[in-house]
Design a protein around this ligand. Structure first.
Ligand code: ZN
Ligand code: ZN
Length: 344
């Protein structure tokens, strides 16, 4: 089968290769990939700015149908529509796993990063990581379930957004747009979103579609001033930082109210980032570094989308055949796209 493979350590080093179909362990299922979504992490891997274990087929955000189940698999059968968590390799016995957070286990080797992923026709993996995909959710939308679960885990589970709170999202990329949608669904009083000039057009347009209460270009306007105006000088309850940019992070410390929370989801792609540390202390802020997704966040995300409460399909802007992966990466890099779906 044809697969998009990151074949070595360094920048680039990605190409389409002919690879054998995956073999199945007794507790694995074989999934036929129906749709795979391009993640910012895939770009970071391409650029050698994210951990990965080559050679590896890229792609961790996907949906599909089970074609075969290993002999020890219970509760799943050929024909089942599925999405899967990506925490393959988590050991199950360390302190972190045993305390209920296998998604941050040190041994984790996710699909598309430390184990063959979904930029291809078939993926094999453990049945215990699957979630049922209701018929009401199209495969393309379902391919975006992984980042959605990550956002649910961060915003609703970890940072505990409450109905009636005020929110600003920094960064209108895919994670920022999904965060905006979740905050609206959760009943935030208002949700503003900020971004650079490169977001004018497509990404701000999507933010508008998702119901952003204000959209602000930080190259033209001061977001701190805007938030002060919106909140009578108080600042917002929750700041969702999805850009990983140093300037946005510094502004986040100013936009959030005293004793407010910053929910950090953006990857900087750099070894070190400066933060206004003392400002955080004197305001008594909470800064939550959020990573990966819990089992419960998947169930919540799927439930919200299935019931029509979270319009996830709106973040999809492009659909391309998998052979055109390079074009997909370009679209994201140049910020012309929100979510790009590849079809095998
Ligand atoms: Zn991802
Ligand atoms: Zn572990």
């Amino acid at each position: 089968m044809k697969a998009v493979v990151k074949y070595g350590k360094g920048k680039g080093l990605v190409e389409i290769r002919d690879v054998p179909e995956p073999t199945l362990k007794d507790d694995d299922v074989l999934i036929e990939v129906k749709a795979v979504s391009v993640c910012g992490s895939d770009l970071h891997i391409y650029n050698d700015a994210h951990p990965y274990w080559p050679p590896v087929i890229l792609g961790h955000e996907f949906s599909g149908v089970i074609v075969r189940a290993g002999k020890d698999v219970r509760g799943w059968k050929a024909g089942d529509r599925v999405v899967t968590e990506t925490r393959t390799g988590a050991c199950g016995i360390c302190y972190i796993c045993q305390s209920g957070f296998p998604q941050v286990c040190e041994q984790k080797r996710p699909y598309g990063i430390g184990r063959d992923g979904a930029y291809t026709k078939y993926v094999a993996g453990p049945a215990r990581l699957l979630h049922h995909l209701p018929d009401t959710i199209p495969f393309e939308t379902a391919a975006v379930m992984e980042p959605t679960a990550v956002c649910v885990s961060a915003i609703l589970e970890r940072c505990r957004l409450q109905a009636g709170e005020s929110v600003v999202v920094t960064g209108p990329g895919p994670i920022g747009l999904i965060s905006l949608a979740i905050a609206k669904t959760a009943g935030a009083r208002f949700v503003g979103i900020t971004g650079r000039s490169s977001a004018e057009g497509m990404r701000f347009e999507k933010a508008r579609e998702l119901g952003a209460d204000f959209i602000l270009n930080t190259d033209r306007e001061d977001p701190v001033k805007k938030v002060q105006e919106m909140t009578g000088g108080l600042g917002v309850d929750l700041l969702i930082e999805t850009s990983g940019g140093e300037k946005a992070i510094a502004q986040a410390f100013e936009m959030v109210r005293r004793l407010g929370r910053i929910c950090a989801l953006g990857i900087s792609g750099k070894p070190q980032t400066q933060i206004p540390y003392d400002r955080g202390i004197f305001k008594g802020l909470r800064y939550d570094f959020c990573f990966s997704s819990s089992w419960t966040s998947w169930e919540m995300a799927i439930g919200l989308v299935a019931k029509g409460l979270l319009p996830l399909e709106k973040v999809i802007t492009h659909r391309l055949p998998i052979e055109r992966w390079e074009e997909a990466f370009k679209l994201l890099e140049t910020r012309q796209a929100a979510k790009v779906i590849l079809i095998p």
